[in-house]
Write a protein that binds this ligand. Sequence first.
Ligand code: SF4
Length: 224
Amino acid sequence: MARSYVAEARRRGLGTRRERIRPIVERLAAEHEDATIALRFRSDVELLISVMLSAQTTDVNVNRVTETLFQKYRRPEDYLAVPVEELERDIFQTGFFRQKAKSLRGTMQILIEDYDGRVPEDFDALLRLPGVARKTANVVMAERGNAQGIVVDTHVRRLSQRLGFTRQEDPVKIERDLIRLVPREDWARFPHLLIWHGRRVCDARRPACERCVLAADLCPSTRV
Ligand code: SF4
């Protein structure tokens, strides 16, 4: 599927992806001025925990859970002070609660022992924390104003394919394509723009091309 969108862009004379990337970013930024991270947090530790909990569930669901979680667990030590079963219950609604509780406790232990209770600044150090994969580390770095890559979630994957930015399916390879294409100063906001456009307009099953700002001249997948 994704392969044909790249060919389609060429066939329609829409311009190469390099020619289209800036106008696409500008148009989406004007359309979704409020496109920021949907998770709610008040500190780097809460940010890290929220992103870890968001695996395989929605941001809305995570916010529902963390609203009370962050009242009860205020410091990394608090996650280790309760029996693991209690933490599992407290995060149960985010799904995969056993694995997430284990990762959270492992990560909090390392923050306390090695980083004075803070979240490490370094991307590679983040990746060494239990349960922290590339996507989580990318989100944390981007939110702290030091993006080291481009977050690829299900929306970013779908829209990058539809817009002809990549032919890949694997998130790591998609990120590699995007890094080559998207200007570095846009690495942090780019995924937010695609995520919000994906949620509001370019739905997985029914893209609303008739009201999409990219449909007329920038999207090879348009149905109008
Ligand atoms: S024109 Fe349609 S397929 Fe292309 S980005 Fe817009 S909604 Fe998605």
